[in-house]
Design a protein around this ligand. Structure first.
Ligand code: NAP
Length: 244
């Protein structure tokens, strides 16, 4: 196989699926991981990539997944999300545990498993999709913002630890992106999820994927460390201009 290989986690939907498409268009052979294999296979089929079942919260699943990746030039740590919007005094530990498992430990596990192959590629690149929740806090968001702050700290630590190795590290921090994110956060309550994007032009998954593809296609000596992107109408996690 002559094409460089890009691994995208959480590639069955949203930003991950769009990233798989954009990286394939940029010349990568894409390996896609997520839990819903039917949806994953559909995305993989459309880009000529490989769909491999992956649950980043399960160490055995991550190990089996990594063993099936022959080489790795780019890893996009994208799998993750939020559960609930509960104040700290009503925090549900199970939801917090899921957020830490998926966003923080998931990123740790997949990155750790693929680092040897990323280094061996001679020009490896780790992209981690955190969020503006990695640099802000908001009421009801502590479980998610704590997890995203931790995921960001993990990612930025790698930048220092692997200085001198042929590895680049890019953190992507999106604001509001219209995907299945809010439906997942609100346990499938689509009416509540739709309200999040009401009266505003949110980012699309493609907007974020294009930025990821831009970062990984820079020359090897150029490292885009952190990229924050938000809709024009969103100033922060708590301030947006809405029409209607
Ligand atoms: P999405 O549409 O809900 O997609 C999430 C993806 O993650 C799905 O493909 C899902 O696939 C996968 N995933 C979830 N848990 C997983 C697990 N345990 N193992 C493997 N894959 C898993 O949401 P999205 O907006 O694209 O989110 C992608 C990333 O962007 C997340 O890290 C999220 O926190 C971040 N982000 C989103 C926004 C936003 O406003 N949408 C803003 C900033 C940051 P399966 O269910 O098939 O496993």
């Amino acid at each position: 196989m002559n094409k460089p290989i890009a691994v995208v986690t959480g590639a069955s939907a949203g930003i991950g699926a769009a990233t798989a498409r954009h990286l394939a268009a940029a010349g990568f052979h894409v390996v896609l991981g997520a839990r819903r294999l039917d949806r994953l296979a559909e995305v993989a089929g459309s880009v000529g990539g490989d769909a491999i079942e992956l649950d980043v919260t399960d160490p055995a699943s991550v190990e089996a997944f990594a063993n099936r990746v022959p080489e790795c030039h780019v890893l996009v740590n994208n799998a993750g999300g939020a559960k609930g919007l509960d104040r700290v005094d009503a925090a549900d530990e199970q939801r917090w545990r899921w957020m830490f498992e998926a966003n923080v430990l998931g990123t740790l596990r997949v990155t750790k498993a693929l680092l040897p192959k990323l280094i061996a590629s001679g020009n490896g690149h780790v992209v981690t999709v955190t969020s503006i929740a990695a640099i802000e806090v908001y009421d009801g968001g502590a479980g998610y913002t704590a997890a995203k702050h931790a995921q960001s700290a993990l990612h930025r630590t790698l930048r220092g630890e692997f200085l001198g190795e042929p590895l680049r590290f890019t953190e992507i921090l999106p604001g509001m992106v219209e995907t299945e994110f809010s439906a997942v956060r609100f346990d499938g309550d689509t009416e509540r999820a739709e309200k999040v994007y009401q009266g505003i032009d949110p980012l699309t998954a493609d907007d974020v994927a294009e930025v990821i593809a831009f970062a990984v296609t820079r020359p090897p000596h150029v490292n885009l460390d952190q990229i924050v992107l938000k809709p024009r109408a969103q100033a922060s996690a708590t301030r947006a201009h809405r029409t209607g």
